[in-house]
Design a protein around this ligand. Structure first.
Ligand code: XIL
Length: 358
């Protein structure tokens, strides 16, 4: 009987420590009917990409963010070209507003992204730079940005989308000047600037088993074998309601990434609908959110689920994918959709921590 009581006490203590570690005691999470409360009960980060402009101007948007989520990602405000309009000019104000908002509401922040082939400024792409100049610029960029946010970022997407759709290293100013080694340089420079931040590789199309996820797996395995400071993998998870993922294959991929010792984040989850968004399509979307969240909850190292936006109103999908839209949990008027209730139900019901008593 004593052993049973001992194990029960240990289980209760570990659950309470986990919830404290997740900064769960905050005013917003006292509202028990929210995604945020359910997520923190599960011991998982659940969040959204945030846009600075409406955060400042749309009080209902800001309120929905702090009520429903415990982690945020600046959607564009930390990207190279956004932060650094000139070589010696960094403009942190928009990104700071998101990081400060998160901090004031006891939310964590994912930094996105230090090294990417897109959203680069003309001063960088229009000049012919030597490999040495490119390396100097990249190192000073990473260490200036990571240093600016030192201690305030839970995880950085250090390198984003380095593998192309043919499972090769993607051509970019970084690869063309420095070769594939730019990836390990980036992680080492980021770690020097903030040893506490978790450092992630982030990509799309590698969620389930397949050639691209195999290539990403092999790349990260090699980086870890070379003692490159990489802590986790971000699976963007831009999904379609017309083509649900193979959840068993995603689960198998999450498990093999766990076996590498990686923390796993779902970093840009959205489920695009071919418009118009009929009731049947919205239910199909809800089922995909439910099953994707279930898949992450089944793997203890899957510790964060971040949607690529909080509301359909500001989603990138209609801007970038003609004919598609309504990909998120809250509609254009910030009202919960069937997908919201499906996510809430799954976060509430999934049994995350299994305490194995003797
Ligand atoms: C997108 C943003 O949502 C858009 O606002 C921006 O114009 C382009 O980038 N993968 C990524 C994200 O890692 O940074 C991209 O975000 C979407 C694809």
């Amino acid at each position: 009987m004593t052993r049973l009581l001992h194990h029960a006490a240990v289980a209760i203590l570990s659950l309470s420590l986990t919830s404290i570690a997740l900064n769960s005691v905050v005013e917003e999470s006292s509202n028990t009917g929210t995604l945020r409360f359910a997520a923190q009960t599960q011991g998982i980060f659940f969040g959204a990409a945030v846009v600075a402009q409406p955060l400042k101007n749309d009080a209902r948007y800001a309120s929905a963010l702090s009520r429903e989520f415990n982690i945020v990602t600046p959607e564009d405000e930390m990207k190279f070209g956004f932060l650094r309009p000139k070589r010696n000019e960094f403009n942190f104000s928009a990104a700071d507003s998101i990081v400060n908002f998160a901090f004031s509401h006891s939310m964590q922040t994912r930094g996105h992204t230090l090294v990417w082939h897109q959203r680069l400024p003309q001063w960088l792409t229009e000049r012919h730079l030597s490999p040495f100049e490119v390396a100097v610029i990249l190192k000073e960029h990473i260490q200036t940005v990571v240093g600016h946010y030192r201690g305030r970022i839970y995880a950085w997407d250090v390198v984003n989308e380095a593998i192309d759709d043919n499972t090769k290293y993607r051509s970019s100013i970084w690869l063309d000047a420095l070769g594939p080694g730019y990836v390990s340089f980036a992680f080492r420079w980021a770690h020097e600037a903030d040893p506490q931040a978790k450092l992630f590789y982030n990509d799309y199309g590698g969620e389930a088993l397949g050639p691209k996820s195999d290539t990403i797996y092999d790349m990260i395995k090699t980086l870890k074998a070379r003692s490159v400071p990489i802590d986790g993998i971000g699976l963007q998870s831009h999904l379609s309601a017309d083509h649900p993922p193979n959840f068993a294959s995603v689960l198998a991929n999450l498990k093999r990434l766990t076996a590498l010792g990686l923390e796993i984040h779902i970093t840009e989850l959205d489920v695009a609908i071919t418009m118009p968004a009929t009731a049947e399509k919205l239910q199909r979307q809800a089922n995909i959110y439910r099953d994707y969240i279930k898949t992450c909850l089944a793997v203890p190292n899957c510790k964060a689920i971040v949607m690529w936006g909080a509301t359909d109103r500001y989603s990138w999908v209609p801007r970038f994918v003609p004919g598609k839209g309504a990909p998120l949990l809250l509609d254009d008027e910030l009202r919960p959709k069937p997908a919201y209730y499906a996510a809430l139900s799954e976060l509430r019901s999934g049994i995350r921590f299994t305490t194995t008593l003797p």
